[in-house]
Design a protein around this ligand. Structure first.
Ligand code: ADP
Ligand code: MG
Ligand code: ZN
Length: 625
């Protein structure tokens, strides 16, 4: 926070003073040892007195400190000797007596407290060193949330492009803060917490800044990692402080960036003592439950990893509004490029549409980076405007750059992925009774799936019939079949589909008793391994023979589904091509667009009979398409 040079200066000064004091006290104790008086036994002392060597003595209680005639000094301890004074008088020794002195009260207190004080000083020093800022001790438990001055925020929703749905939802939140009456009148419940989630670089932090600029209310921003400290209890104290401050400033917005730093699933990880983080998270949950959204405090959080968040955070009444911030599609990318080239001189050959198409998988941060790289290149070449040439080179640079963690796909791969997804969609649309296809996307997501086809059931379902399961198998295999049919080769892209398909087929045989050969039996017992958490182990309760039969049956089911899928794809090859090309062009297709391309009517769908046929006849219809 405030890292004024003066604060640092005083802190260092304090430290050096402490150091000096220690050095001096050590040095004096050494020097005292050098000139310290000799210690006499009592008889040595008496001898010296008898021989007239002692000049004078100072008696304090039973301690005697004295000086010899030759100037050397000594000390000794006196037993209860009533003749001592007499003897001394006889030998002409000057006698001085003093009452036993005690150290003054403050010296005593100081000396008894000294170790404690020393500890405290060292502690403060350490804390501040660790914290790397803050001249006051108290600032340590303060939330460190930065209050953003809306006047100073230049970012508005205009600067955020390509994620319009997200913007709409957030505008509503901002609207509430500006005009709470409007919502209270209709009894609408205001979300307490809004969670923005999506891959890194998609603009979550940027959105939060834009809200700060637009909301016209105080905006507190803090990063989740600021809560996580070395010292137990500090994080929790900071959370408390943050909410106290927020309530005092209501209506306001509290933004917690990188929520996963605090909000990680509790108890995750083996053998980790994560007391501090858990305490902090608990405090956060307590505080979230404790405030009334009508007070006008809204908590917005962002994370790249919603999957690792503690489920408690997602319970109703906490982050009850969750907004996905997706990777942008072609149009989104173009819009984002537009934002970033604003105010930059562009060559007449620059076509943002083309650039958008060349950059599948790029997120906002990549595109910002791309524009900047291009500008740098142009400057280095002494140009006045940024040309298409520079942009092209910048694309390569960003792709090769170290910052990128997710997939970038080539034109060729894009084509394969498009056919793969089109294959799923086509089979899904052609099979009677299967769920409608809502969306197909070939924008790579977070490095896992390269594309996806989303089917949504028309109604809630709790039971699946055998036919439906068979349909699902055919749909799952549709991607690979399309690849095989079109490219005469297959890729690793279907890996997950095959895994899922095998799982379903196996479950059909082993759990649902849907195999005619093996009959209605449950084979194998699944149980959870408690110790390892979620892994599932299986007990085998059948013979090798049955195991072989199961494998054979699973294979047979998969093979049949594969043939069925192949059948559909060969038959509707032109539709597959049309859909794939549409996908390459647009990257994301919604339900209407899919319907438009496929144009299936109910009666045109593969009828139940042909289905049954293709299952029986297997490979015979291979070359029909
Ligand atoms: P996140 O927080 O989601 O990881 P950021 O908000 O930090 O991503 O984005 C980093 C930068 O990328 C932003 O500062 C902005 O320049 C650019 N950017 C990201 N998304 C967008 C977008 N949708 N529109 C415009 N610029 C964006
Ligand atoms: Mg961020
Ligand atoms: Zn697939």
């Amino acid at each position: 926070m405030n890292n004024y040079p003066s604060g640092k200066f005083y802190r260092n000064l304090g430290f050096y003073l402490l150091f000096l004091i220690i050095i001096i006290s050590l040095a004096t104790s050494f020097m005292q040892r050098d000139v310290s008086p000799q210690v006499f036994t009592y008889s040595q002392f008496l001898d010296a007195v008898e021989r007239g060597l002692v000049d004078k003595v100072v008696i304090v209680d039973r301690n005697i400190a004295g000086e010899m005639r030759d100037g050397s000094r000594f000390t000794t301890y006196v037993p209860d000797d009533p003749d001592l004074i007499k003897t001394l008088r006889e030998r002409n020794v000057e006698i001085e007596a003093k009452p036993p002195t005690e150290p003054s009260w403050w010296a005593r207190i100081l000396s008894s407290l000294f170790p404690t004080i020393l500890l405290i000083v060292v502690w403060i020093f350490l804390l501040q060193q660790l914290q790397g800022g803050g001249s006051k001790v108290t600032s340590f438990v303060k939330s460190r949330a930065k209050m953003v001055d809306p006047e100073k925020v230049k970012i508005t929703f205009e600067d955020v492009a390509g994620i319009d749905e997200v913007k709409e939802e957030l505008k509503e939140v901002v609207d509430f803060l500006k005009n709470p009456r409007k919502f209270q009148r209709t009894g609408a419940r205001i979300p307490r917490g809004v969670l923005l989630y999506g891959p890194p670089g998609t603009g979550k932090t940027l959105l939060a800044k834009a809200i700060a600029g637009e909301a016209g209310v105080p905006f507190f921003s803090i990063s989740g990692s600021d809560f996580v400290e070395m010292f137990v209890g500090v994080g929790a104290a900071r959370v408390r402080d943050l909410f106290t401050t927020a309530k005092r400033n209501a209506p306001c917005i509290v933004f917690v960036d990188e929520l996963d730093a605090v909000g990680r699933h509790r108890g995750a990880g083996l053998g980790g003592g994560h007391d501090e983080r858990e305490q902090t998270l608990n405090q956060l949950l307590v505080e979230m439950d404790g405030f009334d959204p009508n007070q006008g405090v809204i908590l917005i959080a962002a994370t790249n990893r919603p999957d690792i968040l503690d489920p408690a955070l997602l319970r109703p009444g906490r982050f009850d509004r969750r907004i996905a911030v997706p990777q942008p599609d072609v149009l989104g990318r173009e819009a984002i490029l537009k934002v970033h080239v604003r105010g930059k001189p562009l060559g007449s050959d620059v076509d943002l549409k083309v650039l958008a198409r060349r950059t599948p998988g790029f997120v906002g941060a990549d595109l910002a980076n791309l524009v900047n790289e291009a500008a740098l290149l142009a400057a280095r070449r002494g140009k006045n405007v940024i040309g298409m040439e520079e942009f092209e080179e910048a694309i390569d640079k960003v792709i090769a750059g170290p910052e990128r963690k997710h997939v970038i796909i080539s034109e060729k791969e894009k084509k394969i992925i498009a056919y793969h997804e089109a294959g799923h969609a086509l089979v899904a649309r052609a099979l009677p009774g299967s769920d409608p296809v809502h969306k197909i996307s070939i924008i790579p997501r977070g490095g896992v799936a390269l594309g996806y086809t989303l089917q949504l059931p028309t109604e809630d379902r709790y039971l699946m019939s055998k036919q439906e399961l068979l349909n699902r198998l055919a749909i799952l295999l549709g991607g690979r079949v399309a690849e095989e049919v079109v490219f005469k080769d297959v890729t690793t892209g279907a890996h997950d589909d095959l895994k899922k398909a095998t799982e379903i087929a196996r479950e059909m045989v082993c759990e649902y008793g849907m195999s005619e050969i093996l009959g209605p039996l449950t084979l194998g017992r699944k149980h959870k391994e408690v110790f390892l958490g979620r892994d599932i182990a299986e007990d085998r309760n059948y013979s090798e023979e049955i195991a072989y039969a199961i494998d054979k049956e699973v294979r047979a089911i998969i093979d049949r589904a594969y043939e069925q899928s192949r059948d559909i794809i060969l038959r509707y090859r032109e539709k597959l091509d049309a859909l794939a090309y549409r996908l390459i062009e647009k990257e994301v297709l919604n339900r209407e667009e899919i319907d438009e391309v496929l144009g299936f009517y109910e009666q045109e769908k593969v009828s139940a009979e042909t289905l049954a046929q293709s299952q029986d006849e297997g490979g015979e219809k291979e070359h029909e398409g």
